[in-house]
Design a protein around this ligand. Structure first.
Ligand SMILES: Cc1cc2nc3c(=O)[nH]c(=O)nc-3n(C[C@H](O)[C@H](O)[C@H](O)COP(=O)(O)OP(=O)(O)OC[C@H]3O[C@@H](n4cnc5c(N)ncnc54)[C@H](O)[C@@H]3O)c2cc1C
Length: 401
């Protein structure tokens, strides 16, 4: 994955303890609809952080609704099946690394098949007028892969969450008041709106997306809104390309499939084949530093032929995921968000709004922010905060209009 890029600190003037400094007095605008629609906690988003948080909260005895915009769980873990049904490939996260114990423990708990990233063979480096075969593979590092796709991790966690808790195809559009909060939940199919009330909210989506797409009334404190709006979405401006072939022909030529390239849309290319080379696939990242179109299939084929030879001219399938265009991932203008030092910011480490609004998602993690590991670490923090919270419905008296 591309490395993080540091610019100025959005939280320079955001001091710990100041989170609620700009808050307006909180009043709910309308009473809760019915007890059936009240939960101890509403988790916004069923990516891996929201799923892990939901699971932990249910196990802690809380009533939970997990509201998910997409028609699937996993968010940035997305592993569609290939057209020929020979396996799944990752259009979102691909790897996890030694030293990421949470991901490994979860994969082992569910018995998910894993394999090592293919490292053997030489790498290639291409720029205009220079084409170099590099002895060995300095591009890849040892890492683990999910043999059934990284989304299988999310699906496994969702599988142990009681039925009815996760609501797919529904979007949280607004949050009103506090104690309890009122959330507008809109169904994709027909636009119908339900109000759910909750004592706690877990924002398990990129902070910039929450700041841009969820209307808070009263508004979030200025510093918190400013920080969230400036926090980059990890890989949210990247286009990922997966190219499926009948066989991993580059391995026959002693190539690892890894390349750094400046001659086409993909900057960084890796082998994405399954165990033993099946299904055979290469993948590449297109870094979009500015808005622009996604690469065409012709451009991708041309680049791969330049790098790996004529065998690359006839792929079985090309899959392209432009994460900038995913409304469940990226706010408008996501390419411009570069303040990576906002990741794991102090203001995300403790609940806001009198201890009731909790920041989940990988961007808020102190440990491995950006990675699946970070998403799991953020969920752990939130579960522990809510499980030990002394806020109870009885302490909310006087909060209703
Ligand atoms: C191309 C790419 C490659 C990556 N490679 C790796 C890798 O190799 N290794 C690694 O560790 N990490 C990688 N990552 C990062 C990894 O995918 C993330 O760290 C992790 O999946 C984030 O999980 P999350 O739960 O924090 O957020 P998300 O997965 O973004 O989940 C947020 C969820 O909230 C939902 N949502 C959004 N708005 C609303 C709303 N208003 N109402 C209801 N639901 C909403 C979304 O649909 C989504 O399901 C990669 C990411 C991408 C995109």
């Amino acid at each position: 994955m591309p490395s993080r890029n540091n610019t100025s600190d959005p939280g320079d003037d955001a001091k710990p303890g100041d989170a609620d400094a700009d808050a307006e007095p909180m009043t709910a605008t309308s009473p809760p609809t019915s007890d059936n629609n009240h939960r101890d906690v509403v988790v916004v988003g069923a990516g891996i952080s929201g799923l892990a948080a939901t699971r932990g909260l249910v196990e802690a005895g809380k009533s939970v609704a997990a509201i998910e915009h997409r028609d699937r769980v996993g968010g940035r873990l997305w592993s569609p099946e290939l057209n020929d049904q020979s396996g799944r490939v990752d259009l979102g996260a691909t790897w996890f690394w030694p030293g990421e114990p949470r991901v490994l423990a979860l994969a082992e708990e569910f018995g998910l098949p894993l394999h090592q990233q293919h490292l053997d063979g030489d790498a290639t480096y291409h720029q205009p007028n220079v084409s170099q075969r590099i002895d060995g593979n300095p591009i890849d590092v040892p890492s683990y892969r999910f043999s059934n796709g990284a989304q299988s991790l999310a699906e496994a966690v969702a599988g142990v969450i009681p039925e009815g808790v996760i609501q797919l195809n529904t979007t949280v559009t607004s949050v009103r008041g506090v104690g309890p909060f009122e959330l507008d939940v809109v169904e994709q199919a027909n636009g119908s709106r339900t109000v759910i009330t909750a004592d706690h909210i877990v924002l398990a989506l990129p902070p910039a997306l929450a700041a841009s797409n969820i209307a808070f009334a009263p508004p979030l404190p200025d510093r918190l809104h400013g920080l969230a709006s400036m926090t980059p979405v990890w890989m949210g401006s990247t286009t990922k390309v997966v190219v499926h072939f009948a066989r991993a022909f580059w391995r026959d030529a002693g190539l690892s499939g890894s390349a750094i390239s400046h001659i086409g849309p993909m900057r960084e290319i890796h082998d994405m084949s399954g165990p033993g080379g099946n299904p055979a696939a290469l993948f590449g990242f297109v870094p979009n530093m500015t808005p622009g179109p996604e690469p065409t299939a012709d451009e991708i084929r041309h680049q791969l032929v330049e790098l790996f030879g004529a065998d690359a001219a006839n792929p079985s399938q090309i899959l392209i995921a432009d994460w900038r265009k995913e409304p469940g991932t990226a706010p408008d203008g996501v390419e411009a968000l570069r303040a990576y030092q906002a990741f794991g910011h102090d203001l995300y480490q403790r609940p806001s709004l009198d201890g009731r609004l909790h920041w989940c998602s990988t961007e808020t993690a102190v440990i491995s922010p950006g990675h699946i590991e970070g998403a799991l670490a953020s969920a752990e923090r939130v579960v522990s905060q809510i499980a030990s919270s002394n806020i109870s419905p009885s302490s909310l008296q006087g909060s209703h209009p």
